[in-house]
Write a protein that binds this ligand. Structure first.
Ligand SMILES: C[S@@+](CC[C@H](N)C(=O)[O-])C[C@H]1O[C@@H](n2cnc3c(N)ncnc32)[C@H](O)[C@@H]1O
Length: 293
């Protein structure tokens, strides 16, 4: 097995990397790891930092078709940082009254380990088996402890994931905070409709949903088109866009508020990411969605 030195000086084996859409989890974590090293960081993700040490130095990674993707998409780095902070803040607010939190397509999200959850909070993480196995192998070597009751559930989000979630202890009668970060583009419109329908059916009054997506105009922008080609090449193609979040969510009984990434950038004292805002010359939208019912 290949090994890699991590900063503690230990030499550790490189775990088997996820494939296809599972690889995208590593990209997001990589960008969070980079953000965590900035002096003016918007959050600190120690698990992501450890992951980047393993990913970044792995000889296997260098040979992957998605190597370019894994080395980071510079234009996305600020977007991921701002978006992560947005989701953190929304989930902190929601957790004041939701003691169940579900991360759909959880990837290498380490919120169970880094946010201060109220006592009694249960955080469910749903993703593919290969992603969860990779994450567990990283967590096991670092000895990170969750700050909540953490339950990992292996499930295909196009299938009977609600059954798997309930079997793992989820209670649909309690208010839930749903975290759907960087997942919707990887599902088709019909699959997203089914996903939202299932979320809604398991959302007691007082539930909260945080999600993101982008519209067709943004997908056609130069930066996004280049990323789309790389994603397609590694078997992780984007399969949908979203033109009007409110029009999608309202029929399911969700009222939503949208946050502009450019506004977040101003609030955080960051430059507006290159692909957002009027100066890009495009009229695309990245949606940061906060919804309640
Ligand atoms: C870009 S990553 C985002 C991960 C995480 N939400 C985060 O913000 O760190 C997308 C994640 O969605 C997962 N995913 C995509 N399609 C899926 C499916 N059909 N079933 C389960 N997980 C899926 C991938 O495995 C990957 O971990």
């Amino acid at each position: 097995m290949d090994t890699v030195h991590i900063t503690s000086g230990r030499e550790v084996p490189v775990p088997t990397l996820p494939t296809g859409v599972g690889l995208t989890a590593l990209c997001t974590a990589g960008e969070r790891g980079t953000e965590s090293r900035r002096p003016d960081r918007l959050f600190e993700d120690r698990v992501a930092q450890l992951l980047t040490e393993v990913i970044g130095e792995s000889p296997r990674t260098a040979g992957l078709p998605g190597g370019r993707l894994l080395r980071g998409r510079a234009f996305m780095r600020d977007v991921v940082a701002l978006r992560t902070r947005f989701f953190d803040d929304e989930l902190r607010l929601a957790s004041a009254y939701c003691r169940q939190v579900v991360l759909l397509g959880s990837g290498l999200d380490s919120r169970a380990f880094r946010l201060d959850w109220a006592p009694g909070t249960e955080v469910y993480e749903l993703d593919r088996g290969d992603v969860l196995r990779f994450k567990h192998s990283i967590l096991a070597r670092d000895g990170e402890q969750p700050r909540c009751a953490r339950v990992a559930v292996s499930a295909d989000l196009r299938g009977d994931w609600p059954g798997a979630l309930r079997a793992a202890g989820f209670n649909p009668w309690r208010p839930t905070a749903w975290c759907v970060e960087e997942l919707l583009p990887y599902l088709s419109r019909a699959e997203n409709d089914r996903l939202l329908s299932s979320i809604t059916a398991m959302s007691a009054a007082g539930s909260h949903l945080v999600a993101d997506h982008f519209d067709t105009a943004l997908q056609r922008s130069v930066s996004f088109s280049a990323t789309a080609r790389v994603l397609h090449a590694v078997g992780a193609a984007w399969r949908s866009t979203l033109e009007a979040p409110d029009g999608w969510l309202a029929p399911y009984g969700w009222s939503c508020a949208l946050t502009d990434p450019a506004e977040l950038a101003h609030r955080s004292g960051r430059a507006v990411p290159g692909l957002c805002g009027p100066h890009t010359g495009g009229d695309g939208h990245m949606w940061l969605i906060s919804a309640a019912r």
